[in-house]
Write a protein that binds this ligand. Structure first.
Ligand SMILES: O=C(O)CCC(=O)C(=O)O
Length: 486
């Protein structure tokens, strides 16, 4: 429980912390869950970025993973946490939002902002507000910021403008390009939230006018702040990652995404919120404004399937070349799309397409549930790779001195490999022609991927050949996505 001094601190400064809430076991469960469902890649500018997949929203996003992953929901439903929240926010609370803030080494600051409105959008549509607060109460959108790793002055801890929650700041619409917006410092956020947007909101806020407090915290500690408290975080100048997750709570009298009742399910960050729900973490909901559930409506088979799909999606399992790889492909298609409706491709003209078609078509008539079960069984027994995120954390160093091949290097390697395999001269290889047109057998295709992986020093998922079907596309993709060697 909060001491009276802490409550006073919260009321006067707009935030309170660090608060000791979570055990290391609880924090580890959340970290492991996030790492198994993400991958760390390196962008063209050398910046490391972590990518998450949300299996309820069906999108790569750091947002709302509590809708799918129990350890995350449990974290934000934690009885000790909720007791603290009840002391400062009352009895009736809905958890409506979570977000992962992963600040990789070298990533920038998060600029000053409040959590009252959604602010990343250029043209915030005030008729389409994410939250509509009751007229009878003061707005409440409480944030619980949980450190999953130590956050300090070097790696980008949080900072607050003391007492700023008592003042109203003018929102400046469209004044700042998205590339310089509030969240531009964290590329993961930039990629999912801001890529659609030209401008970011900013505030008429002058840092020098305020008493600014930096709040370093240890893993497992939380900071709680109000919807109006101006907050920001420092850039990560260290070689350590800074991983945090936030949860947001409103009263049941608040309408969350009210426009969904008009059949509009796309929020301002292009997330589809059709399957979004709030969780009542304490008290009662006497309003019925929102979709409130204890848990998602996915059945166990689908949950297992989604977890296994994430392992494949993020390359956390070694998929042996050949038959098994095609079975996994076919079962995935059958599970998600049902019976194959495509025309049988000509095996001579389109050998690769034909193999894929066969891999899917062999499951004709199999129910989606059964396909999901078989898929999960196959993936569950595959050898796991160490997640990139955990490898990264163990070494704690970013080997920027290790040069990665460029797209041109990879392209040149692919040309000479194919020329040798097909016994033709390299100038007969055309980089824009799909691999299948060279008539590679499935064995040759997976052999190529295996040899390429050996050359690059990485395990490459064989399905990349289908996703990036030309030399040019594959080389460009790999040059962009190759993780830093740890
Ligand atoms: O974690 C961070 O660096 C920033 C968090 C933040 O801006 C927020 O919770 O609104």
């Amino acid at each position: 429980m909060f001491a009276q001094t802490q409550i006073k601190h919260f009321q006067e400064k707009g935030w309170v912390g660090p608060v000791d809430i979570f055990s290391s076991t609880e924090i580890t469960a959340v970290k492991e869950c996030l790492e198994a469902n993400s991958r760390t890649i390196e962008e063209a500018d050398g910046q490391q970025v972590i990518t998450f997949y949300n299996n309820v929203i069906n999108l790569e996003t750091p947002r709302d993973h509590h809708l799918f992953h129990k350890p995350i929901a449990e974290l934000f439903k934690h009885s000790k946490l909720i007791q603290h929240l009840n002391q400062i926010a009352g009895e009736n609370l809905l958890l409506w939002y979570t977000n992962v803030f992963c600040k990789m080494p070298g990533q920038g600051e998060i600029k000053w902002h409040q959590a009252k409105e959604f602010y990343t959008s250029s043209d915030i549509d005030f008729e389409k507000k994410t939250l509509v607060y009751s007229q009878d109460e003061n707005p409440l959108n409480l944030t619980v910021w949980v450190a999953l790793e130590d956050a300090d002055l070097e790696n980008g801890c949080m900072r607050f403008a003391n007492g700023s929650h008592k003042q109203i700041f003018k929102i400046l619409k469209g004044s700042v390009p998205a590339s310089e917006g509030v969240f531009a410092g964290i590329s993961a956020h930039k990629t999912v939230w801001q890529k659609e947007q030209q401008y970011s909101l900013s505030y008429e806020f002058e840092e020098n006018d305020w008493e600014i407090e930096l709040v370093p915290v240890k893993a497992g500690q939380a900071i709680i702040f109000t919807e109006s408290t101006m907050h920001s975080s420092l850039p990560n100048l260290s070689q350590r990652r800074r991983l945090a997750i936030i949860g947001r709570y409103v009263r049941p009298s608040t309408q969350v995404y009210p426009y969904r009742w008009k059949g509009d399910f796309i929020d301002e960050n292009a997330h589809n919120i059709k399957r979004h729900f709030c969780i009542l973490v304490s008290g009662r909901d006497d309003y019925g404004h929102n979709v409130v559930r204890d848990w998602n409506d996915l059945d166990e088979t689908e949950v297992e399937f989604q977890i296994m799909s994430n392992l494949v999606r993020f390359g956390h399992v070694n998929i042996p070349e050949g038959k098994l790889q095609l079975e996994i492909y076919g079962l995935d298609k059958q599970a998600l799309e049902g019976d194959c409706q495509d025309q049988e491709p000509n095996p001579i003209l389109h050998p690769r397409k034909y193999i894929q078609w066969q891999a899917w078509n062999q499951y004709k008539g199999l129910s989606s549930t059964e396909a999901m079960k078989r898929y999960s069984q196959l993936v569950a027994i595959l050898p796991r790779k160490e997640t990139q995120a955990s490898t990264y954390n163990k070494t704690n160093t970013r080997k920027i001195d290790q040069e990665l091949p460029t797209a041109a290097d990879i392209q040149a390697w692919l040309i000479s490999y194919l020329a040798e395999l097909l016994e033709i001269t390299p100038d007969n290889i055309e980089v824009k022609i799909p691999f299948e047109r060279y008539g590679l057998s499935s064995l040759e295709g997976t052999g190529l991927i295996g040899d390429l992986g050996d050359w690059l020093g990485y395990n490459i998922v064989p399905t990349l050949l289908y996703e990036y079907p030309t030399i040019e596309a594959l080389a460009q993709h790999l040059a962009k996505e190759l993780p830093v060697k740890a």
